[in-house]
Design a protein around this ligand. Structure first.
Ligand SMILES: [Cu+2]
Length: 209
């Protein structure tokens, strides 16, 4: 469902990005790709717990701006192997009812889960909740917005509402590779599959001549 929904939004986002390159350095060709963290139309419920688009492709040294929609989201970013797929990650998360698309195990999100990439490398170990209130494994992670310190879980990001813009976080990808962006909300990620990928190409200077 998210795939179908993402198509027109990607087009609109790219059009906006190209129409308004807000960069004070004239002559500097800045590319900024928007990834919506939370569905920008459906602002509540499981339908909000998606990353739109689920896949983006950029060149090295380009930016991704994560724009947060709806409530309860935290963003964490991990490098993964190039052969890591959406299906491969989803197969390690809560199984979904084929009709309702809902997680069939209400206890799943609080369990201890280990997420592997396509090569079998350990990417995320969640530990159980309690005490781990977030999807919050710092190992090899590039950044996290809502990490737990001691017993205090980090606050989630302010998302866009009908009338208010949400948090906009920009990350500059300086190394080629494939990256997994997950929601740090255990229910959103582990139960509702709220994750997406950024693939970073080698960049022009690295291309063979
Ligand atoms: Cu979320």
């Amino acid at each position: 469902m998210a795939n179908r929904r993402s198509v027109p939004i990607v087009s609109a986002t790219l059009a906006l990005t190209l129409a308004f390159p807000l960069n004070a350095r004239t002559g500097h060709n800045e590319v900024n790709v928007v990834v919506n963290f939370g569905d920008p139309v459906t602002l509540a419920g499981a339908g909000n717990h998606v990353v739109v688009p689920e896949e983006v492709l950029i060149d090295k040294d380009q930016n991704v701006t994560f724009v947060v929609h709806g409530a309860g989201h935290g963003i964490a970013l991990y490098p993964v192997s190039a052969n890591t797929t959406r299906d491969g990650i989803a197969a390690q998360l809560c199984g979904h009812d084929p009709v309702t698309q809902e997680c069939t195990d209400p206890l799943f999100a609080n369990g201890d889960h280990t997420i592997l990439d396509g090569k079998g490398n350990v990417i995320i170990v969640t530990g159980p909740n309690p005490p781990f209130q977030r999807v919050d494994d710092p190992t090899d992670r590039l950044f996290a917005t809502s990490t737990q310190v001691g017993n205090l879980s980090g606050v989630f990001l302010a998302g866009a509402t009908e009338t208010t813009a949400g948090t906009q976080l920009q990350f500059r990808f300086t190394k080629a590779g494939r990256y997994l962006a997950v929601c740090m909300n255990r229910n959103h990620y582990l139960s509702n599959w709220m994750f997406g990928f950024v693939t970073v190409g080698p960049g022009r200077e690295d291309e063979p001549h």
